[in-house]
Design a protein around this ligand. Sequence first.
Ligand code: COA
Length: 269
Amino acid sequence: MLPFASTLFRVAKTGNPIMSDILSHLDNGVLTLRLNRLFKKNALTKAMYTALTEGLAQASEDETVRVVVISAEGDDFCAGNDILDFAQDLPLYQDDGVDHDDMPVFRFLKAIPFFDKPLIAAVQGQAVGVGVTLLLHCDLVVATDDIRLSLPFLKLGLVPEAGSTLLLPERIGHARAFAWMALGEVIGAEDAHKLGLVNSIVPRDGLNDAAQAMAQKLVKLSPSSLRHTKAFMRDPEKLWQVIQAEGAVFRRQLMSPEAQAAFMAFLSK
Ligand code: COA
């Protein structure tokens, strides 16, 4: 298979198939899911959440897939949830008749904690919002020396998501987690490494090789040993309960005056 030959396509309004915003590539037991929406800094849309969720489901079922790597094209890893998507989907988020667990974002947020094979992230440049909180679900994170990790949820009138209100204080302690989330701090490579958010820092041109080298070490291990170890280290049911609770408040907060003003300001730029 060609490097990053896409198995997932979306059809443009013109009817022409164009490359997916998520590229997937299977090689030597490693499935790489690569964010590919460069012109929007890899901000995640509904279609991208769906493609990622489907990629993880396929990886789970396919015995030849031993490890998944999430990575990104371009200078930046991910600018968080697409803000236009938030704005367009406000009625759905607010509608009590909608099964919110079945929305693409929540299906993805459920898929990551329940994914039972090793998950590696390769991160460069800016990572914002869910572009950071998804890293807390990864078993290994390799990053470049120029990473800028930010959690602007409170600045946007929202609340942190993806189980980060549980995972982040557990990982780095309450005071540091709170400061990061509430004071709008941006965490760089050195601090991210010291805080245990990333395993290793590499130069930009070595990122993909470093992630693949990590993955190949895991490919050599017993899949069942890895699966059991991961299961002992994480409680996905508990995480999912936290994700749902955060999600219920998040949906209400989308209607807060602060969120509305922040989205209007961003979209009218
Ligand atoms: N949703 C939708 N579009 C986004 C986006 C997002 N989350 N993040 C960036 N973009 C778009 C910008 O609107 C811009 O589009 P345009 O070229 O059509 O105007 C393009 O991506 C490039 O972004 P820009 O802001 O010019 O790049 P930058 O390098 O100056 O800044 C960020 C990068 C990530 C710091 C900045 O884009 C940002 O803060 N984005 C919003 C992050 C956010 O709040 N996410 C939601 C968290 S819940």
